[in-house]
Design a protein around this ligand. Structure first.
Ligand code: ZN
Length: 465
């Protein structure tokens, strides 16, 4: 080959290479690999692209997406076409999760558990910046006095928390007394324990462990205490007291001529309002032994209360075949009317009258001897019962208001407590019509009128069943 040509080509080549070197761009980026947190924002940190003599910045195309909401490795390419090829620079972005999950315990971090019992897990929830549904991934390690909860997210971030378990019974047992407190009994009568229950959060039913002590002397009037105490197996002790008042038994027939008008079997819509009107006009307080046949008449109970009368209890149904078929039924029925009156008026009445009186014999056909039992058991339960010693017989043989009037005034005496039996059942007009005359007779003959209260001396029949 011609030597000159070779030299010429060499010169041209050198020249071209020189030009390329002068114009060849070079791309520079700040960090070739970075790590960012998931859900953070990704910002391109910029680049330069230039040759010795020229800036190519605006010719660079950036390719590639970074999804910061997804863990992974992403690439962003900076590309610049030059002559017949493309210059490329690659940036690697690692989107990663470095946050620990959070375990939240239901219940306390320190819990007391009854000795010998196991802790019943109250549960927990796990939240995490990235992973969902980690609740089921919790590892629960039960140690002697501790439960360890451990959870790991898919990136290996681990959280461990603990719940301390203290095996101790810190609560006192509870004693609940049945029956009345305070309770009143008559001198010389027997104290019948109405009963009690004792429970403990750890030991359960402790009723059989209750110790009962008293300083009772029912032969002497006074105020006494029955003490009930119980300890649980951890030594927590509870003690409650019942006060017993021993009072003198009132003597039947004792009295000073006071008349207690009593009306049984009401209220009724036809009779009770008019009786209340008369009593109001005459300025007299009376006693209503009510039943609970209909709550639509509760407004009359409220009126009886508001007008100052005594609301007493006469059983809810007044159904002999029910109330006297068992003591359970009797007390169910008695408490039903007691609650009814309480709901209607707010009054808890403990003054009662047995349907048919305590001397009734009709109960014999339903339960032999029930009156003997009930007449003492009602006292034990804190009730006071009243019979009567003046009978209008308006639920019996008296058919006219004159007969009702005569029966009443013939029974009155200045030497006794006069408890007058009458009825305000539906349509009992003969009693309604006799009432003004009875009151007039009483007033004109030096009697006073009063309502029964728990301090009124009881008038009681002899028990016949
Ligand atoms: Zn009755």
């Amino acid at each position: 080959m011609n030597k000159k040509i070779i030299i010429l080509i060499s010169i041209i080549m050198t020249f071209l290479i020189g030009i390329i070197i002068v114009f060849l761009p070079y791309i520079q980026i700040k960090d070739e690999e970075i790590t960012i947190d998931v859900n953070s924002e990704y910002h391109d940190s910029g680049y330069t692209a230039k040759s010795l003599v020229k800036d190519y910045h605006d010719k660079v195309k950036i390719k590639g997406q970074v999804d910061t909401s997804q863990i992974g490795t992403y690439e962003v390419k900076y590309q610049l076409p030059f002559l017949f090829f493309t210059l490329t620079k690659t940036k690697t972005i690692n989107v990663s999760d470095q946050e620990k999950p959070i375990i939240t315990l239901n219940g306390e971090e320190k819990v007391s558990v009854c000795p010998g019992k196991t802790y019943e897990e109250e549960g927990y929830t796990v939240t995490d910046n990235y992973d969902k549904d980690l609740d089921d991934k919790v590892e629960r390690i039960v140690k002697e006095n501790q439960i360890i909860y451990k959870v790991k997210d898919q990136s290996g971030n681990t959280t461990t928390i603990t719940r301390d378990i203290i095996y101790k019974d810190t609560d006192n047992p509870q004693i609940k007394l049945k029956g009345y407190n305070p309770m009143t009994i008559y001198k010389g009568s027997k104290y019948n324990e109405p009963g009690y229950t004792a429970t403990d959060g750890c030991d359960g039913d402790l009723t059989s462990k209750v110790k009962v002590n008293n300083n009772l002397n029912t032969n002497t009037t006074g105020t006494y205490e029955v003490t009930y105490s119980v300890s649980d197996t951890s030594g927590n002790t509870t003690s409650v007291k019942r006060t017993i008042k021993v009072i003198n038994r009132p003597v039947n027939g004792q009295g000073n001529g006071v008349i207690y008008l009593t009306f049984d079997d009401g209220p009724s819509s036809s009779i009770t309002p008019q009786i209340l009107d008369i009593l109001k006009e005459e300025g007299i307080k009376a006693t209503f032994f009510v039943t609970g046949k209909s709550s639509s008449l509760d407004y009359l109970l409220v009126r009886e209360k508001n007008e100052g009368h005594t609301i007493a209890l006469h059983t809810n149904t007044h159904d002999y075949s029910y109330v006297y078929s068992s003591t359970k039924n009797y007390f169910n029925d008695l408490y039903a009317i007691q609650n009814h009156v309480k709901n209607a008026t707010g009054i808890t009445s403990n003054i009662i009258r047995f349907p048919g009186g305590s001397s009734n014999t009709v109960s014999r056909q339903y339960s032999k001897g029930i009156m003997t039992y009930l007449t003492s058991e009602v006292l034990n339960k804190g009730f006071i019962y009243y019979d009567w010693n003046v009978d209008s017989d308006d639920a019996g043989s008296a058919k006219t208001s004159t007969q009702v009037y005569n029966n009443v005034i013939n029974g009155l005496s200045h030497n006794k407590t006069n408890i007058v039996l009458m009825h305000d059942y539906e349509n009992n007009y003969k009693t309604l019509n006799a009432l003004r005359d009875i009151i007039a007779y009483g007033k004109n003959n030096g009697y006073t009128f009063s309502k029964i209260t728990s301090s009124t001396p009881p008038v009681r029949h002899g028990v016949a069943n």
